[in-house]
Design a protein around this ligand. Structure first.
Ligand code: ARG
Length: 358
């Protein structure tokens, strides 16, 4: 980022931060300090509360996220002082454990130093391996084929199962990335069953409790945090209507339809639609039964509408990406479907990165 660009972004964020936190009286002095720091060093360091609030505003500005009503309630772990690979792994394990919180999932972010070139190779801290057989078929989650290959290259032993939790892979600077297995006792896996369809459990489906995104860069006031894993809790459709249902993921709809006794050659019996609904019912039911927090898409849609109203009261316009906010099933039954949205990208925010192996 050029120096003028950085100055501009810093000023934009810091004015917003100090205004929203009612600290305007402290702003003029702070701005002098930041300006000098940027002019001298080409960068500056965010104060603890500036970074803390920035992670939350970045969430508030995340156009693809339906769960933003709770943007103020995130546990922020400032990990900028950590240097050693051991301490970094330790803090990532701690993130998994504290965010999972015995099933009562807490929105959490860990922010590592932006100057230390810490790179987390995992797209999410928890994920299932994907393997390609020689005949082109796959085992596990096809989404993780590339990352799984990298893990194997680094010496991780493939287990060739449908649901093998991948190790954490961390790289510092130009050093070789280091992988470590996640202690199984901090991982919560939910077996998927259906409340009425007994044979559902024979599909042996399972999913992990906590979606911890680790391939997005947090940008606050022009400072880019490449290592800043964050999580919320799942909305059922992410697992039921995408991870298990997409043809290029676990592709379970034909199997579910078969065990429901539906004719897969019939064009008007809507077997895919009926299967996807029961699969989503099973996901919500199983998480609930396991005591792991999850939200259905109807409630999430209501909460998003509440978020829009609340923001309007604060005189802020909500930006949003309609194609992401509307759930992948039963769209028109949710209020968000009937709502117009403006997809302008604001800062602070979370941005996709190029995967390290690409
Ligand atoms: N869709 C992603 C997954 O299925 C997770 C994205 C973040 N989701 C969330 N509820 N915070 O793993």
């Amino acid at each position: 980022m050029s120096e003028t660009n950085l100055l501009e972004k810093a000023e934009m964020y810091l004015t917003l931060c100090y205004r929203e936190l009612n600290k305007e009286h402290l702003y003029p002095n702070r701005w002098v300090t930041v300006k000098n720091e940027i002019e001298k060093k080409g960068t500056y360091e965010l104060l603890d509360f500036e970074l803390n609030y920035g992670t939350k505003v970045a969430w508030r500005n995340s156009n693809k996220c339906i769960g933003r009503l709770f943007w103020k309630a995130m546990d922020v772990f400032d990990r900028r002082s950590l240097n050693s690979i051991d301490a970094i792994f330790e803090s990532l394990f701690e993130h998994i454990e504290l965010a999972t919180n015995g099933g009562n999932i807490k929105s959490t972010i860990s922010v590592f130093d932006s100057n230390k070139e810490i790179l987390i190779w995992n797209p999410q801290l928890l994920s299932f391996a994907g393997y390609q057989n020689s005949d082109g078929t796959t085992i596990g989650d096809p989404k993780q084929l590339d990352f799984t290959k990298e893990c194997i290259k680094l010496g991780w032993e493939p287990k060739m199962g449908q649901f093998d939790i991948l190790p954490l892979v961390v790289q510092i600077g130009q050093e070789t990335p280091v992988w470590r297995e996640i202690p199984p006792e901090i991982i919560t896996i939910i077996p998927i069953e259906h409340p009425e369809i007994e044979s559902f459990k024979d599909l042996k489906l399972q999913w992990y409790s906590t979606p911890i995104i680790s391939n997005m860069t947090l940008e606050v006031g022009g400072i880019e945090f490449k290592a800043a894993p964050f999580n919320g809790w799942y909305m059922g459709t992410e697992i039921g209507a995408r991870n298990f249902s997409d043809e290029n993921r676990y592709n379970m709809l034909p199997k579910v339809a078969k065990l429901m006794g539906l004719n897969l050659r019939d064009k008007i019996n809507l077997w895919k639609d009926r299967a996807i609904i029961e699969l989503n019912h099973a996901v919500l039911y199983s998480f609930k039964k396991a005591g792991v927090k999850i939200i259905d898409h109807h409630t999430a849609s209501k909460q998003f509408m509440q978020f829009m109203k609340k923001e309007a009261k604060e005189n802020r316009e909500v930006t949003a990406d309609w194609s992401w906010i509307v759930p992948p099933i039963s769209g028109s039954t949710t209020e968000v479907f009937h709502t117009e949205m403006n997809d302008t990208v604001k800062s602070p925010n979370y941005f996709y990165r190029v995967e390290p192996w690409e």
